[in-house]
Design a protein around this ligand. Sequence first.
Ligand SMILES: [Zn+2]
Length: 154
Amino acid sequence: MASIQLSSSLKHTDAEVLAIHCSDHRFQAGFYEFLNLTLDLDENYDLLVLPGGAQCLTLVEYLPKFSWAGWKWFRFLVEAHDLRRLILIQHQDCGWYKELPFHLHSSSEPRQRQEEDLRRARVALARERPDLSVELYYAGWDANEHITIDAVSA
Ligand SMILES: [Zn+2]
């Protein structure tokens, strides 16, 4: 089969950002728009796409092998690419959270569980790499099913 030539070309600019978000296909266009247009990253970011997003960074006791892999990937990207800024996005109706036992969180309300994990991840990341800036976001949808993004406070 002949090569397929795309209009995309190789980027030579250095990335300073790592974004971590969920795999859920319903949100990919929204995540892309948010990162590239709203935050103006212009595709200059590394990306980890995992079920549950950065939740893997909080699983030390419940799923330690998942946690190990999440931290391994995080450390590799941050160190290999000298990244400075992390963007963690959770989203509404995340299927990954439906599989998690409720005792892992102080609330049974889905959004509160996800925001709790974002804050836990920020604390753990700050302990390991206090030089990195960490931003937390929650994606949902409005009455017209347009994707919405809220910043999550510390
Ligand atoms: Zn999800």
